[in-house]
Write a protein that binds this ligand. Structure first.
Ligand code: GMT
Length: 378
């Protein structure tokens, strides 16, 4: 199949999922065409089945806001025609689904049918999408997609709750490449961070408010009083500076290390003992899955789709958003009476259920279903 993938190429989870899906499809022999405004971060190698088409955004003094959606739609029209694509798969509703709708209408005037699959990732529904400035367009473009998928049942539920959707939404959970995300031997690294064999707690995110990094610090502070431990904060974003100040104020800066953005996050996760995801909202929690694949149990909130991944009492614990007291208690519970090994084992076992080899065929079947539906309409 020749598939066009549209996504945000930056560090966000939706771009990562889209890129990893494209890579996996290419490995299966599909021709995958990425259509984005810059090279996706995880697309830094050569594959004979992967193509990258850059969306050029021409600006003009009159444009206070360059019309990206139009440039994207025009590029999709061009690539579908030139490369004879069979299907467009857009990740993140805004503005990708509406740009795809426009491209589809333009192509129809040229006698070309192109099915469009939209994957909802989270903030396109739970934060930005339902705002009145976008809601009508988001509803319309979801309803006009030929196939709609969502990364968790909770996100599907929220989409039906907040938008007037007539289309079916198929839940296809996010996935992980266990060949890349696996526990590696990095003892020297652990020794450097935890010289006295302290427990290592890790948080990775884009440091936006929704991630509640304050809660990570508050929980760590409580755990650290009982269990000798260190905290690694990986990633960067608007909250980082404030979090540094908070660590100073709480007197724990000596035990906290900020690593900034890391490409090979699996190397750091390999030496982790516990992962923290106290997010306010999280449609799936890909970062937690990455940790679990590296045998790291998770202390998280029970927001959104997280409980569909992190099984309470088995692979870690889930608590109400903001309940730092309980999160700390649960972390200490895992660290005592030699419970950690079983939680680690359970985390890996659960992560294996989300192996890309299990999820890829579900996407392929979805594409086949959509193609069949669109091509058989007379
Ligand atoms: O949450 C982020 O920081 C990035 C965001 C995105 O839009 O790229 O991630 C969303 O999509 C991921 C991949 O499907 C999910 O794993 C995240 O849970 C989801 N984030 C939220 O819902 C807040």
């Amino acid at each position: 199949m020749k598939i066009g993938i549209v996504c945000y190429p930056t560090y966000g989870g939706s771009g990562v999922v889209a890129t990893e899906l494209g890579k996996a499809l290419a490995n299966e022999g599909h021709k995958v065409h990425f259509i984005t405004y810059s090279q996706p971060t995880r697309l830094d190698f050569f594959s004979e089945n992967i193509y990258y088409h850059k969306v050029d955004i021409r600006t003009y003094p009159l444009f206070e806001y360059p019309p990206y959606e139009l440039a994207l739609a025009s590029k999709m029209v061009n690539i579908v025609q030139v490369e004879k694509l069979d299907l467009l798969h857009v990740h993140y509703a805004i503005p990708h689904a509406s740009a795809a709708y426009m491209a589809k209408q333009i192509l129809a005037t040229k006698g070309i049918r192109i099915p469009v699959v939209t994957t909802l990732h989270g903030t396109d529904i739970t934060l930005v999408g339902k705002d009145e400035s976008y809601e009508p367009v988001v509803s319309f473009s979801i309803n006009q997609s030929d196939g709609v998928t969502s990364v968790s049942h909770d996100l599907k539920r929220e989409t039906y709750e907040h938008f007037d959707i007539q289309n079916d939404i198929e839940v296809i959970p996010n996935f992980i490449d266990l060949n890349r995300f696996k526990k590696q031997k990095k003892e020297h690294f652990k020794k450097a961070i935890c010289p006295n064999d302290e427990k290592l707690i890790i948080h990775t995110s884009n440091f936006r408010k929704v991630k509640r990094v304050d809660d990570v610090v508050k929980v760590f502070c409580k755990v650290n009083k009982v269990v000798p431990s260190k905290l690694l904060l990986v990633g960067d974003g608007p909250e980082r500076r404030r979090i540094e100040d908070l660590c100073m104020e709480m007197g724990i800066i000596e035990d906290v290390r900020f690593l900034g953005k890391l490409e090979a996050v699996e190397e750091v996760l390999s030496v982790g003992d516990l992962f923290m995801m106290p997010s306010e909202k999280e449609s799936f929690g890909l970062a937690a899955l990455e940790a679990m694949a590296c045998e790291v149990p998770v202390i998280s909130s029970n927001a959104g789709g997280i409980p569909e991944l992190n099984v309470n009492g088995i692979t870690g614990f889930t608590s109400e958003v903001g309940n730092v007291e309980e999160m700390a208690k649960n972390a200490i519970h895992i660290f005592t009476e030699n419970r950690l090994p079983i939680f680690k084992e359970n985390a890996l076992k659960r992560a294996k259920e989300f192996d890309v080899t299990n999820i890829l065929p579900v996407y392929e079947a979805h594409y086949e279903k959509v193609l069949d539906k669109v091509m058989n309409v007379v």
